[in-house]
Write a protein that binds this ligand. Sequence first.
Ligand SMILES: Cc1ncc(COP(=O)(O)O)c(C=O)c1O
Length: 453
Amino acid sequence: MPVADANLSQLLTEQRKHVTPALSRLHDHIIVKGQGSKVWDETGAEFIDFNAGIGVTNLGHSHPAVTAAVIHQAQQVSHVQCSIGFSLPYLQLVEALRPMMPHESLDTFFFWNSGSEAIEMALKLVKRATNRNNIITMVGSYHGRTHGASGITRSKPIYTQHTGPTMNGVYATPFPYWHSLGVDPSTPEEELVRLAKYQLELLIKTQTAPTDVAALFIEPVIGEGGYVPAPAAWLQFLREFCDKHNILLVLDEVQSGFGRTGKLFAAEHVPGFKPDVLVFAKGLANGYPLSGVASRRELMEKQEVGSIGGTYAGNAVACAAAVAVAEVFKTQPILENVNARSKELFDALYAIRDSPKTGHLVADIRGQGLMVAVEFRTESDPLTTKDLPAGTALPKDIGKRIQKKCHDNGLLLLTTSCFDTIRFIPPLVITQDEMAQALKIFTAAVEEVAHEG
Ligand SMILES: Cc1ncc(COP(=O)(O)O)c(C=O)c1O
């Protein structure tokens, strides 16, 4: 495994100041190697990687089948521009994905490079297909940083700050998440759904006529907004709402797709659920830039020929990686591992919540599969402190301090949302031992922060 390399440290020191400071970076290190659930930096330090490139390397770093497919395709042909011809893996990928789709109506595909680009494509698709302009999005949602995608993002203002006006005709409605609705974390799911339904009905009475709305965009698990799974009743209601008003329902599974939530797609947690458009990326090609949009053919047929495309869209090497990923899902018990490791993760978080040493820090534990979060209480937030016994002192910046301690002890973790929340997105192939080791580091870090105050 890699050892400390002074040349790399020097390269880092000299060159990092020439990289745009507008790019936020959690750790100033060079990851020189990744294998399975582990990565190593230029100093030789080893980390369990609970970030997986923000939910990308779902099958682990340098998965041998994916690497072999990439090498093979690079030796055949690395680039076939998609408006000029097909590469072989492009069509093999269509063949592999069709039976994997959460609904059989999703039978027509377009491949892009990134999640944001796929969202841009979905925006064009729904506007052209309906001849309507407006979009309904969820408070807390994240769909990307390009112009249209950031225009329908409502997780943090930074993505559009000082760059407006953003795309017009976008209306946001609360997700059934207690923060969005201003209620206690203990509010029952049925009540959250009731309140969110009311707000959506209010939106079409007060802000936009439904006949002007092309589509409603939703992440089945709000990602950058805090790892909040959509209750099944909410998704079912949205389907009925969209059908009633001839609005298209776009499911953004960029982060939740490809096994992340314990099903191939999070939509499958609601049996029979039918999105009109599905957007996916991240785990699709396990680290190679590839995203996709799937819908029924009739919607894609409404796009004018030539209106979509892109130089690198559906790159041959990335498609070959994705075909290998699909084969791994077909032949190996990946989802079984997700569900077994998920239970261990939740059990450890519940133990932290139930411990007299650390329980007072925890506001909420939530998630699905290996897309899990713990939200900490914040002194300035009345929703999370209401039921704290008077006089209980809360540490500040709990999540950030835990994250730093975990890093120093060999565990990479990310925060999420504008609230004090840590998320867990390890590779789906993480072993029982690695999970136990990571949870030990995490629990110790939470205890230290609770103790230090
Ligand atoms: C749900 C969701 N949609 C869209 C995107 C944007 O994808 P990309 O960063 O590949 O542009 C992301 C990225 O995190 C995401 O989580």
